[in-house]
Design a binder for this molecule. Structure first.
Ligand code: ATP
Length: 403
């Protein structure tokens, strides 16, 4: 009989919220992940209760929309139009019950969006085939689908970074308007971490803060912003560790991703685009990265759009909305917490598509059944609602935004 040694095994157990209440400050740092996980779980459950009212689930407080100062043609000044809903106890705001209040956010909509590119041999490829959707402040929209379905292209198009050989058609509106967002109002985190390997986390973030933040901020304020962002991304313990690279080992892959995100959120963007933020990470590190982003989005009212591959169920639970693409078409756009049964009810022909048709035919069936589904109608209504409210007769008050 083969000898099998009795190896003692340790398996992680989640700390209860009650236990966490009794931890000292130092220990809280160690258990930050547990706390974060539980807070997100319990917090999201109730938040998702509201989402059941989708698409008009508006129990929000304040909504301020960023606009480029069109009248002055001064795109360097980032201004906010502050719109307020009833009962907001803040003297800065006026009352307005518009049903879509949000904290200083950017509502992004895209309608009938097409992207075509030449394949280098004179032929035109359709990469996105007339898709529509929206993203809202404080929420994380996940863009999912098989490799090559157009996730990065959608992110690039929405972020205004489409390659020069590609053309786009359709409407992309921020708060109901076509506009160019000024520097610092949107941020894009690419798949690759391009970090200085010899710097420590703190040096890299501080350096980036000095370069990116406006001159209206003092050096001390910039340092404070950098420190705050390091804490927000859970990097305090690694702050004085070298980033490292192939030659010298430094921080972990997940920490590197968080440093990259840290650098992009220093300016407190209204819109955050993330291309595969968890690629190459294990499920725990992926959860750590995404939970930080989700709580930041919620707390700061940031509109987050992320392309993501095969998230774990814990990570998936952090998403508010899901945009599922196949061959450049939408096969689902709606709440991420919709159950499988509901989706299958909505997509009546799904089973038929799965069992009897080829992949292309199955996609066609899914696209058709999505476009005739109630979820699609609700999304279309929501887009119209956002655009109308965003550009309509709202009470406006302009104020210089503080970085
Ligand atoms: N500028 C371009 N010119 C030509 N073809 C392009 C261009 N951009 C994207 N494509 C093609 O469009 C399709 C979608 O690409 P995209 O990178 O958006 O997919 P993806 O879903 O993000 O894939 P992955 O998950 O593998 O990153 C691919 O077939 C790609 O080759």
């Amino acid at each position: 009989m083969a000898y099998s040694p009795q190896v003692p095994r340790w398996s992680p157990s989640r700390t209860s919220v009650e236990e966490l209440h009794h931890l000292s400050d130092q220990n809280v740092e160690e258990h930050a992940d547990d706390l974060e996980m539980q807070r997100m779980r319990s917090g999201n459950r109730s938040r998702w209760g509201k989402l059941a009212l989708f698409p008009f689930s508006g129990s929000f407080s304040v909504y301020a929309r960023p606009v480029v100062a069109e009248e002055t043609n001064d795109t360097s000044i980032f201004e906010e139009e502050v719109v307020v809903v009833e009962g907001m106890p803040h003297e800065k705001y006026e009352n307005l019950a518009d049903g879509m209040g949000h904290q200083h956010g950017a509502f992004l909509t895209w309608q009938d969006l097409w992207v075509m590119a030449s394949d280098g041999r004179g032929r035109q490829l359709t990469i996105l085939g007339g898709i529509s959707g929206y993203a809202q402040p404080g929420e994380v929209l996940a863009i999912m689908g098989p490799s090559g379905c157009g996730k990065s292209t959608l992110l690039d198009t929405l972020a205004g970074r489409l390659q020069s050989n590609a053309r786009q058609k359709g409407n992309i509106l921020v708060n109901g308007r076509k506009q160019t967002l000024s520097f610092g109002t949107s941020a894009y985190v690419t798949q690759d971490d391009t970090l200085m390997t010899t710097m420590t986390v703190r040096e890299a973030v501080h350096y980036s803060a000095q370069l990116q933040l406006p001159n209206t901020m003092t050096v001390a304020q910039k340092k404070e912003r950098a420190e705050m962002t390091i804490r927000e991304m859970g990097l305090r313990d690694a702050a004085d560790t070298r980033i490292g690279g192939w030659v010298s080992k430094g921080i972990s892959g997940g920490q590197k991703r968080r440093v990259s995100i840290c650098m992009e959120i220093l300016t407190r963007p209204k819109l955050l685009f993330l291309d595969e933020p968890t690629s190459g990470l294990n499920s725990a590190a992926s959860y750590h990265v995404m939970s930080r982003i989700a709580s930041l989005a919620q707390r700061e009212g940031i509109t987050v759009l992320t392309a993501i591959h095969q998230p774990s169920s814990e990570v998936f639970d952090l998403f508010h909305s899901l945009c599922l693409l196949s061959s450049g078409n939408t096969v689902y756009f709606g709440p991420a917490n919709m159950t499988n049964e509901e989706i299958e009810d909505d997509h009546g022909d799904y089973e038929e598509g799965k069992t009897t048709a080829s992949a292309a035919k199955a996609t066609e069936i899914l696209v058709k059944s999505y476009s005739s589904s109630t979820t699609c109608k609700e999304a279309t209504q929501r887009i119209a609602f956002i655009n109308e409210k965003g550009s309509g007769e709202l009470i406006k008050r302009r104020s210089q935004a503080s970085f």
